[in-house]
Design a protein around this ligand. Structure first.
Ligand code: G6P
Ligand code: MN
Length: 442
């Protein structure tokens, strides 16, 4: 296998150390010549990069080159694959995305509802710029984007880069959920074959089979109902908030037993309960700042002090391994099945052609090849159509600089519904996002 050059855009992220460990554990599947971190926040990136360099020297001696840079040319000129994980506005703005809707009694979440919309409006500009920069220096590189809110980002990128089949939006939530299904059955997650449809953070598993084709769906449902549902991937298994989220998946299944829900549906199906449960001074952003971010930075400091990893625990995680194996499937044309975002084009027969849907696809050297789903039942179709209209209106509003379309989008969103509430939230978000959002015309 020919060795590849990888760039991680957003190298300063709290996910990068886990990604490095995943690249190490997957080096036989995806052998690399070089890894380069790229970020616009030099200080934040350096903290992670200094530790990463020590880890890689120790555990990836075959790697010829490691670097971290804020210079686009240095980063992208030799790239074969780019992982994109940027967060415009950082965790500071994430906290406001969560707090502002909560002040109005509405779900405060980074990708769902008004918070997701606010984050989307910030992300679109930087994502378009970044993809243009990557394409300027590396026109053939695979770009695996998992920048959030992925649904809105994917819709915006589809409009600007319609024919770029090497630009793929991908999310780790379905595989993280499958990891828990596999644990329930005492199986390996890679031996589960999913059938799934929806939008990003808005979908359902309709079936899970093993590699021999045996249907495991009912066994999984029964286990969840009788034994409960917990996160099992190392990154989230001990996280109080993720535990609650997985628990809620069981309640969703009791209410709607037909399909197995993506955990994010809780925000849309029980918006009042979810908004009530949140505390404004300790939203998810604050938990991440005090939890994962602190832990990652402490780990980095320890590694740099010891000049080795002997006193730290580092684990690969399903997020990292999923992205790495997906990249390998594209690059080496393995044609393996992964759940990714693609333009619908008839895959879900009763949804619009241009919708960015999340479905299983074979990842080939010529791009993702989705498998046909057919028609979906009316409940799911109704939910998806409203959510899709919201996502498309957010993208419309961005490109047209339209306040009115943004208000329409928010009013359509199941977490908001009421127009006066939508207006009040929107006004607060406009103020909080000054300098990040484009000026809107009323
Ligand atoms: C899942 C989702 C990601 C999201 C992340 C947030 O992995 O798929 O899109 O960014 O959760 O996790 P956090 O621990 O930061 O709340
Ligand atoms: Mn996601």
């Amino acid at each position: 296998m020919e060795r590849k050059n990888l760039v991680i855009a957003g190298g300063g992220s709290t996910y990068t150390l886990g990604m490095i460990k995943s690249l190490i554990s997957e080096k036989d599947n995806f052998p690399l010549r070089s890894i380069i971190f790229f970020d616009n926040d030099e200080k934040r990136q350096t903290q992670i990069a200094e530790a990463a360099e020590i880890i890689l020297k120790e555990q990836y001696p075959e790697l010829e080159h490691f670097d971290c840079t804020t210079d686009k040319k240095t980063a992208f000129q030799k790239a074969d694959v780019v992982f994109v994980q940027i967060r415009t506005g950082g965790l500071k703005m994430r906290e406001l995305d969560e707090q502002i809707p909560l002040r109005h009694g509405v779900v405060g979440q980074e990708t769902c509802g008004p918070g997701g919309m606010a984050y989307g409006f910030r992300s679109i500009k930087d994502m378009i710029q970044l993809v243009n920069d990557i394409r300027f220096y590396a026109k053939d590189a695979w770009i695996l984007n998992y920048t959030n809110p992925a649904a809105i980002v994917a819709e915006a990128l589809r409009r600007v880069f319609p024919d770029d089949y090497k630009l793929v939006n991908i999310c780790d939530m379905p595989i993280a959920i499958m990891h828990s299904y596999a644990s329930l059955l005492d199986m390996d997650v890679w031996d589960l074959v999913p059938e799934y449809f929806g939008l990003n953070h808005f979908g359902w598993f309709t079936k899970l089979e093993d590699l021999q084709g045996n249907d495991l769906t009912n066994r999984i449902k029964e286990k969840i109902i009788h034994e409960g549902f917990v996160p099992t991937d190392s990154e989230i298994a001990n996280d109080v908030s993720w535990k609650k989220t997985f628990e809620q998946a069981r309640n969703m299944l009791l209410d709607f037993p037909e399909y197995l829900p993506n955990t994010y549906l809780q925000y849309y199906l029980y918006p009042e309960e979810l908004a009530e449960k949140e505390s404004i001074n300790n939203t998810r952003a604050r938990q991440v700042i005090n939890g994962r971010e602190k832990r990652v930075h402490e780990t980095c400091r320890q590694i740099c002090k010891d000049k080795s990893t002997e006193n730290v625990i580092l684990e690969s995680d399903i997020h990292g391994v999923y992205m790495v194996r997906a990249a390998a499937s594209f690059v080496y044309n393995h044609k393996e099945l992964y759940i990714v975002m693609v333009e619908n084009n008839g895959v879900i027969a009763n949804l619009p052609k241009e919708a960015m849907v999340e479905v299983p696809a074979l990842l080939t050297v010529n791009g993702p090849k989705p498998l046909a789903i057919g028609e979906i039942p009316i409940f799911y179709k109704g939910l998806i159509e409203a959510q899709l209209a919201y996502e498309q209106l957010v993208a419309d509003a961005y490109f047209e600089r339209s306040y009115h379309k943004l208000l329409q989008a928010l009013t359509l969103n199941r977490t908001v519904v009421d127009t006066d509430k939508a207006k009040a939230i929107l006004d607060d978000l406009i103020q909080a996002n000054e300098g990040y959002w484009p000026e809107l015309q009323k």
